[in-house]
Design a protein around this ligand. Structure first.
Ligand code: NCD
Length: 308
């Protein structure tokens, strides 16, 4: 039985297969409308979510399956003091696959150790968010036609942003990617990303504080929200939240074929005036999230062969 807890749980070949399947689903949706008939997905969300939970649910429905679950810890027995392990052990009697989001880093890993069905990490604290990474990879592939050879800028909260950590890890396995890390000093990527990912693999990276200084070099710009819920101190959040705001004026210096990504939700970091720019790909990215989750559910349930 396979779980998806960390993006590195998937080999580059397995990622290629999932992205290829997602593209086939986009190409011929009808072919897949009954593959999960009789199967159930449980979504256990101990932390808020819009896109991740609803795209998982829509994905399972479009595969002909059913969904059950909860969308906040308050409405589950965790509010009575039940452990994650017990909750998951029980839910795995009711569902064929579980997608789980939790504020504690490592909670989905623990769940995978007691679960009778595949566990998908839908975000654990500031740690990982592997299905957002698959969404990002599918978007890069569809927009750029490749997963290697470009300069990507990550901008905003690189310290607490789990989507950033997961995507950097996944991209570290592709050739000739140049990483530009744009953040205030207080929100730089964690040290393990520098030592374990960049330095260990001899990958080119640069840490800067100004977006204006580097925007003209970028092929992809990955914007992020400052993660308010992970701050210890509201005053620090307020001081840092509007450090970077991407607007039309800044985009004047950017490449014509820049791809602007954002895992969403957006707060202030991208001006709404940018939404009409053909380089803005974040809403397409949200749609890709549904297709890639369809491909992932099929893969983890061992249903891929059914279609080939
Ligand atoms: C992200 C998350 O939950 O980490 N959202 C998402 O899943 N698309 C990003 C965020 O909350 O800022």
């Amino acid at each position: 039985m396979k779980h998806l807890i960390d993006p590195m749980d998937l080999s580059p070949e397995e990622i290629d297969d999932i992205l290829a399947l997602a593209q086939d689903i986009i190409y011929d949706k009808d072919k897949y409308s009954e593959v999960c008939k009789g199967k159930k997905l449980a979504t256990l969300f101990f932390e808020p979510s819009t896109r991740t939970r609803l795209s998982f649910e829509a994905a399972m429905m479009e595969l002909g399956g059913n969904v059950l679950g909860f969308s906040s810890a308050d409405s589950s027995s965790s509010s009575k003091g039940e452990s994650v392990g017990d909750t998951v052990r029980v839910v795995s009697c009711y569902a064929d696959i579980i997608a789980m989001r939790h504020p504690k880093e490592g909670a989905p890993k623990l769940a995978s150790m007691v679960s009778g069905v595949p566990i998908i990490n839908a975000g654990d604290g500031g740690h990982n968010h592997p299905t957002q990474t698959l969404t990002d990879l599918l978007t890069i592939l569809r927009e750029k036609g490749r997963l290697d050879n470009y300069t990507i800028g990550f901008c905003g909260d690189l310290k607490f942003g789990r989507t950033v950590h997961s995507l950097i890890k996944a991209l570290s396995r592709y050739e000739n990617i140049n990483f530009v890390l744009i953040s205030p000093r207080e929100l730089k990527v964690p040290e393990y990303i520098i030592t374990e990912i960049f330095e260990k693999n001899n990958i080119k990276y640069r840490e800067v504080t100004s977006m204006e200084e580097v925007i003209h070099e970028l092929d992809i710009l990955y914007m992020t929200r400052v993660q308010r819920e992970r701050f210890f101190n509201e005053a620090d959040y307020i001081r840092l939240k509007d450090t970077y705001i991407l607007d039309r004026a800044k985009l004047k210096n950017a490449k014509e074929d820049l791809v602007i990504l954002h895992p969403l939700p957006r707060v202030n970091e991208i001006s709404v005036a940018v939404d009409d720019d053909p380089r803005a790909c974040y809403f397409k990215q949200a749609l890709n999230g549904k297709y890639v989750r369809m491909a992932l559910i099929m893969t983890l349930l061992g249903l891929k062969g059914v279609m080939r």
